[in-house]
Write a new protein. Structure first.
Length: 256
């Protein structure tokens, strides 16, 4: 069974890895071939095996010298989980359908560990920058990956999601604490995230001189947090996401 990969139409000078049409063409091709095997060949095992072999060959043939199919698939997934595909906005049903289709291609990848690590970095950026369409979609995709390759691959991703929920509780407690003291100076301006270092990717953390607003906020928060969790060590990380993804008066507190 011969499967011919479609060629995407791309403008000259554009980066093909930045265009989800490449992955979309693969998904459409897979859908068409799967339907043909089911309807024409009645899911005959010979043709199912031929389909599997053909797509393993396609998926392992890298689109560029700079990027692997695992990374491009992560890029496509990132756009879907932000609620967009090319210039098209996706609704709830379309997001779930797109994620299911991504998992179908994921099954053909040999280097699933590379996909998982790249996916975790994209997940980190979406969560910290607030660009994720909905956390329920994030949990849904993590569950799909967990079913495909086991809990050990998705443990850190699940830890990141749980960490954000705990972070929200800490922020509520922090705000209530300082409002009770009548000190609201840094509450309105300062935004803090508490991240456990074992789950999140390692941040590049060069020496940073914090301004007066951030310095005051960091000191206030550390005092509050130390009283609650004296056995935990915290340290500040300024702007871990690229391109200023966090609000202007923001700080990430790394927890170890």
């Amino acid at each position: 069974m011969a499967v011919k990969k479609k060629k995407s139409r791309k403008k000259k000078g554009t980066d093909p890895t930045d265009d989800p049409q490449y992955i979309q063409d693969l998904l459409d091709l897979h859908t068409d071939c799967t339907a043909m095997v089911a309807t024409v060949f009645d899911n005959n095992t010979v043709f199912e095996h031929a389909l599997k072999s053909a797509f393993e060959y396609i998926v392992h043939k890298e689109p560029t010298d700079q990027c692997t199919n695992a990374e491009v698939l992560c890029m496509y997934c990132d756009k879907v989980l932000k609620g967009r595909r090319a210039k098209e906005r996706l609704n709830e049903a379309e997001v779930e359908k797109a994620l299911d289709a991504v998992v179908c291609l994921f099954r053909y990848l040999k280097d699933k560990d590379m996909f998982a690590e790249t996916y975790r970095h994209f997940l980190c950026k979406r969560l910290l920058s607030g660009k994720s369409l909905n956390n329920s979609y994030e949990r849904s995709m993590i569950t799909k990956l967990k079913m495909e390759c086991g809990a050990q691959v998705t443990a850190k991703m699940e830890g990141m999601m749980a960490n954000l929920k705990m972070d929200q509780e800490s922020r509520v407690g922090y705000a209530e604490k300082w409002k009770a003291t009548g000190n609201t100076e840094c509450i309105q301006e300062f935004h803090v995230l508490v991240l456990q270092t074992g789950f999140w990717p390692t941040f590049f953390n060069p020496p940073v001189s914090l301004g007066p607003v951030l310095s005051t906020g960091v000191n206030h928060f550390k005092a509050f947090y130390d009283k609650q969790y004296s056995h935990r060590k915290v340290g500040s990380v300024a702007d871990p996401c690229e391109r200023r993804a966090l609000p202007a008066h923001s700080c990430v507190v790394g927890l170890s």
